[in-house]
Design a protein around this ligand. Structure first.
Ligand code: MN
Length: 381
């Protein structure tokens, strides 16, 4: 059996076999339980998880109990016979910037003459609205984006393929139960609304981003593609993974929760062309998932089933824990070398990145979240 996909995990996804209909399934070992075939419930005869997610936490919990009783006796679809699809029809997509180490590194690189952190950074989890329609499932090729780029020494911008194509290793949170327009979701509301997590790669064109982002934030430098795992791990499978996050100073405003904030002890690996080049630890993040959710809705913005919000790049304090090539190569000034002697800073055509995630499981072992893979294809100029 595949490690990390036992009874303590049971992540949800969408699959098809031999061109047949898309169905909701649960991964168990090297197989998939076809939930519609096993239960007859119409929310599983669907091309996305959304109908199931909309039913809310009580149904999620009952279903998890039911599935634990079904997977060992039911016939499973072999994973190699299945095509895996985007698991969620993404409603709105928000990306945060919740790692102190990442924000500090990027500040030093992009604004070397200023304080690394902007004055608001320790008071609120900064975020931006991304492009939901270009969230793709792991394995989808990523075409190198073209756009306006202007290096600091250039007189004027030029148009062409990005020369500074990058990744951001992140964790995504999938919203199931909606909220009412006008009503903030409290700090304590995470488990009432968020179904689970997925690995996420926020592909980023640093040259396009650096030229366009002042004053309104990321736009075309980010919106060409965001990859997620085919498997969504329910929060219920992560009960043993909660840890206290590092202390927050100054103490945030009351709506962002009292005292210690709780994060997830998820280990991330960034693999470039088959070799691990970084190991970011999610447990070092500054802002917690509950704080991001509370902040995202504090103005009364409502949640919809299928909303996706992401952590921002996960970077730890050590150089080999950085979650982007921008940081790993210090903006290309300090290229890093893989074991075959190749020097790397930003992504070349043909490069493949795989993000892997693991966490403590509820039965004492470790669970493996679905991987997030993508290969760079040349620009279409
Ligand atoms: Mn990001």
């Amino acid at each position: 059996m595949s490690d990390g996909f036992g009874l303590d995990h049971l992540p949800y996804g969408v699959f098809s076999v031999a061109g047949g209909p898309r169905r909701v399934g649960v991964r168990y070992g090297d197989g998939i339980l076809d939930l519609y075939a096993a239960t007859g419930r119409p929310e599983f005869d669907q091309p996305s998880l959304n109908a199931f997610l909309a039913l809310g936490p009580e149904v999620w919990r009952q279903t998890r109990d039911q599935v634990r009783g079904l997977v060992e006796d039911a016939g499973l679809v072999a994973i190699e016979d299945a095509v895996l699809h985007l698991p969620v029809e993404v409603a709105d997509y928000v990306d945060f910037y919740a790692s102190l180490d990442h924000a500090s590194n990027v500040g030093r690189i992009f604004r070397p003459d200023s304080e690394p952190l902007t004055p608001n950074w320790r008071h609120l989890p900064i975020g931006y609205h991304g492009r939901a329609g270009t969230v793709v499932v792991s394995g989808t090729p990523v075409t190198r984006p073209s756009g306006q780029r202007k290096a600091p020494g250039d007189d004027a911008p030029t148009y062409g393929p990005s020369r500074r194509l990058d990744i951001e290793a992140e964790l995504g949170f999938v919203v199931g139960a909606p909220s009412e327009l006008g009503a903030a979701v409290p700090f304590s509301g995470l488990a009432d609304h968020v179904f689970g997590v997925t690995g996420l790669n926020d592909w980023s064109a640093r040259d396009i981003q650096a030229w366009e982002y002042v004053p309104l934030g990321p736009f075309l430098g980010k919106s060409f593609a965001t990859s997620i795992s085919p498997w969504v791990t329910a929060l219920a499978a992560l009960d043993a993974a909660w840890v206290d996050l590092p202390e927050q100073d100054p103490e945030p405003l009351p709506y962002l929760g009292p005292g210690a904030t709780r994060g997830l002890d998820i280990d991330v690996e960034i693999e470039l062309n088959g070799e691990v080049v970084s190991r970011p630890p999610y447990r070092t993040m500054y802002w917690s998932p509950a704080q991001m959710l509370a902040h995202m809705t504090v103005n009364g913005a409502s949640l919809r089933t299928g909303d996706l919000f992401a952590s921002g790049t996960i970077s730890g304090p050590e150089p080999d824990q950085r979650g982007s090539f921008l940081e790993l190569s210090w903006s290309g000034k300090e290229p890093f070398t893989t074991s075959d002697g190749t020097s790397h800073s930003f992504l070349e055509d043909g490069d493949e990145v795989v993000l892997r995630y693991s966490a403590p499981g509820i039965d004492g072992g470790r669970i493996t979240l679905g991987e997030v893979a993508g290969r760079i294809e040349p620009a279409r100029t």
